[in-house]
Design a protein. Structure first.
Length: 95
């Protein structure tokens, strides 16, 4: 169901795989260790509401994606939304 897909994506994949991976990659690029990168992620989750900001954008987006958007347009739709999420994430990471 749509609810199950959104719950798995928002409760597991995004906060435990996707977003930490972005922090780790950025950390390696700027010379941070793996532990420092994860510490930055945890700090942003706790102090800046990172996961809640992600959920505020992507829960509705994924509900629309899995219920309305035809399969052949889903990647393009999410990619367009993700472009704006990357701008928000960049401002959080650099702030």
């Amino acid at each position: 169901t749509v609810a199950r897909k959104v719950a798995v994506d928002m409760g597991f994949i995004s906060p435990l795989i996707c977003i930490p991976t972005a922090y780790i990659i950025k950390g390696f690029l700027i010379g941070n260790t793996f532990v420092q990168s994860l510490a930055n992620y945890v700090d942003d989750v706790v102090n800046k509401g990172l996961v809640f900001k992600n959920w505020s954008i992507f829960v509705p987006v994924q509900c629309i994606t899995f219920s309305i958007i035809p399969e052949h347009f889903r990647v393009s739709f999410v990619a367009c939304i993700s472009f704006f999420w990357m701008i928000i994430l960049s401002s959080i990471l650099s702030g």
